[in-house]
Design a protein around this ligand. Structure first.
Ligand SMILES: Nc1nc2c(c(=O)[nH]1)N[C@H]1C(S)=C(S)[C@@H](COP(=O)(O)O)O[C@H]1N2
Ligand SMILES: [Mo]
Length: 440
């Protein structure tokens, strides 16, 4: 891991307090890093910068822009039986992010599964098979089914499904948006077993006017007030009828862990994770959009036309966030890794996904975006599973490098250089990612 002394931290502080002076100090007056400025920046990052001449003006080196595990002010880590050292985002409610390099498994294990709660984690049910799901509202037959009945009456399928928090990438917004400051790690790709929601809905018989769903779970509100909901979201009926939208009973072949919604949860892959209701108790069909907690205003909604970053907006003209944007992660090495002197190539590996779409390409640059190399991208295990990518980058010498990685979706949309379409609650930030490494 890179080490940071006092002088180095002060550059970071300088950038935060006075970016222009930070630039002047690190980069010289103008243009790309040259001569003395390059040497000065090299001293700051802990090694020569072989591609420093291509470093764009004003670019804060990744080692300062993103906290590395060994860096001063390191994040607090989760300590919990069965869970890896996830990055703790908050204890009440309990939220924890998976560092990218722990997402190296094709199927995300319980240990590495990120945690996102809006309320309290309920106590485990005494008899999980007797847990009841109600399906009501605009249906011809109101259903009340136990988990046991759901499993025995409807066909079970197992699918790898990506589930990504709508706020994944929020920390990349400037100015800072409200909420957990996720990096890229509020994503999982579990193997879920369950029944298709559309099979349950067919049994309930949607009425002609049914257009939307509303979802309810058993987790108490943080205040303990039984009349308040932690979260209760809903979606267009079309997504509920997608063959990959599941009412799940197992994760990775085991009963769903309590933290992740036991004994029954909804899985709405490719759309904001908040739709994937944990501790699921009820799904109601509606003529109009659901009005639960987390609906309307600026919640899980995005501006249709860009607003001034940092400005107030009540979200009245925003639209619900649906399919999540394209994103790649790098899992074969951690941001901030130090490699032995003489290392001349690195194996790269990761995952990429694009909501309801697929990923067409993942490209990597080690020369600050001057040239890009296409990685090998595998087909998804099934629709709505993430895709794994592999490749290799050549390094010309020892020194400080940044691995830039970006994905392109099946419609040709690529991750942008900067988080765009700023919104008050910080959804949809998917800029190109940068991992710093030091060779020697
Ligand atoms: N009942 C309930 N379901 C919920 C939530 C919650 O707070 N309560 N959080 C949602 C959000 S915002 C996300 S991103 C995912 C996170 O699922 P996980 O904790 O299993 O990773 O669950 C969703 N389902
Ligand atoms: Mo979320």
């Amino acid at each position: 891991m890179l080490r940071h002394g006092k002088a180095e931290r002060s550059v970071q502080e300088l950038y935060r307090d006075d970016p222009e002076r930070g630039d002047a100090l690190a980069f010289g007056r103008r243009g790309a890093l040259k001569g003395a400025a390059l040497a000065a920046m090299g001293a700051v990052v802990g090694g020569a910068i072989p591609f420093g001449g291509r470093m764009p003006e004003g670019l804060l080196p990744a080692i300062f822009a993103r906290p590395a595990a060994a860096q001063g002010g390191a994040p607090q880590l989760l300590r919990m039986d069965g869970k890896a050292a996830l990055i703790l985002q908050g204890e009440r409610p309990l939220n924890a992010e998976t560092p990218e390099h722990l997402l190296d498994e094709p199927v995300t294990s319980y240990a590495n599964f990120f945690i996102r709660n809006n309320g309290l984690v309920p106590d485990a049910a005494a008899d999980p098979r007797a847990w009841k799901l109600v399906i009501d509202g605009e249906v011809n037959n109101r259903l009340e089914l136990t988990v046991g009945e759901i499993e025995s009456r409807f066909p079970l399928v197992t699918l790898q499904l990506q589930m990504e928090c709508g706020g994944n990438g929020r920390s990349f917004f400037a100015p800072q948006a409200r909420g957990n400051q996720w990096g890229n790690g509020a994503i999982s790709n579990g193997a879920w077993t369950g029944v298709r929601l559309r099979d349950l809905l067919a049994a309930a018989g949607p009425k002609d006017g049914a257009r939307f769903t509303g979802h309810f779970g058993a987790d108490p509100h943080l205040s303990g007030d039984p009349n308040r909901q932690s979260i209760s979201r809903g979606m267009r009926l079309a997504k509920a009828l997608d063959e990959d939208t599941l009412v799940a009973v197992r994760l990775n072949g085991q009963p769903i862990p309590q933290l992740h919604g036991a004994p029954l949860r909804l899985l709405v892959p490719g759309w904001p994770g908040s739709l994937s209701q944990k501790w699921l108790t009820r799904i109601t069909l509606l003529n109009e959009p659901h009005r639960g907690q987390g609906m309307g205003g600026t919640s899980y909604r995005m501006p249709l036309r860009p607003i001034v970053p940092g400005s107030d907006d009540n979200g009245a003209s925003f639209a619900d966030m649906e399919s999540m944007p394209v994103r790649a992660i790098l899992s074969s090495l951690a941001h901030g890794t130090r490699l032995p002197a003489g290392t001349r190539s690195v194996d790269l590996r990761g995952a990429a996904w694009a909501g309801d779409l697929s990923v067409r390409a993942v490209d990597v640059s080690v020369d600050f975006g001057q040239s890009w190399t296409a990685m090998e991208v595998s087909a998804p295990a099934n629709r709505h599973a993430w895709q794994r990518w592999t490749g290799r980058a050549a390094l010309p010498s020892d020194g400080y490098f940044e691995i830039w990685y970006r994905a392109t979706d099946s419609n040709g949309r690529m991750q942008p250089f900067q988080a765009a379409n700023w919104n008050p609650q910080g959804y949809g930030a998917n800029p190109i990612s940068r991992a710093a490494i030091l060779v020697g």
